[in-house]
Design a protein around this ligand. Sequence first.
Ligand code: G4P
Length: 198
Amino acid sequence: MDLLIQTIKEEGIVLSDSVLKVDSFLNHQINPQLMFEIGKEFANRFKEDGITKIVTIESSGIAPSVMAGLQLGIPVIFARKKKSLTLVNDLLTAKVYSFTKQESNDISVSKKYINENDRVLIIDDFLANGQAAIGLAEIVKQANAEIAGIGIVIEKGFQSGGKLLREQGYRVESLATIHSLNEGKVTFTLDKTEEAVR
Ligand code: G4P
C-alpha cells in the first residue's frame, strides 16, 4: 500500500535493527486520513470473504480495525490486556507471550460478542513474532467461530510471525512488509514478489 509505505519512509524512525518507531501516525498520535485508507484497503482485500466481525487487541490495533469495520459495516471487538472492572464473567481468554517485552499477558474477550456463526477477520498493527495474532486466533477458536484471515498494518518480514501464521494455514494480508531495518534504513518487500526490495 503505497501511501502507508510513503508515510513509513517519511515518518518512521529506526530505533534498532529490529524496532521501528511509528508514533506519529499509528502507535501514539493517529493519522485519521491514513487510517481511513488502511481501513479501505483491508475492506477491499476481504470484501468477498463474508466477514461478520473484526477482532483486534488494544491499543494500537483499534484504529485500523475500526476503519475496516466501518467500511465493511461490521462490529469490531478488541481483546483487553488487563482485567476490566466490567469485563469479569463469561470470558474467552488466551495467554500471549511477548518476546519483545519478555512478558506474558492474559488477553480476554467477552463470550457475548463472538459466536459459532461468525467469520472473523483478525487485525493488528504490527506482526513481529506472531504471538498476539495466535492469541487472538485461539480466542476466536474457543468461540467456535471461523477465522477468515489476518490483516496486518506493518509486518516485519525478517521476524518469524508471518512464516509461522502462514504455515498454520492462515491467510495473512500485510499492507506493508519490512524487509530490513539494518543500518538505520527501512527497506520493504514488495507485494507478490518476495525477492523485490525497495
Ligand atoms: P508479536 O505479537 O508479533 O509476537 O509481537 P511482540 O510480542 O514482539 O510485540 C509486542 C508489542 O510490540 C506489540 O504492541 C507490537 O505491536 C509491538 N511491536 C513489535 N515490534 C514493533 C516495532 O518494530 N515497532 C513498534 N512500534 N511496535 C512493535 P503492544 O505492546 O501490544 O502495544 P500497543 O498495541 O498497546 O501499542
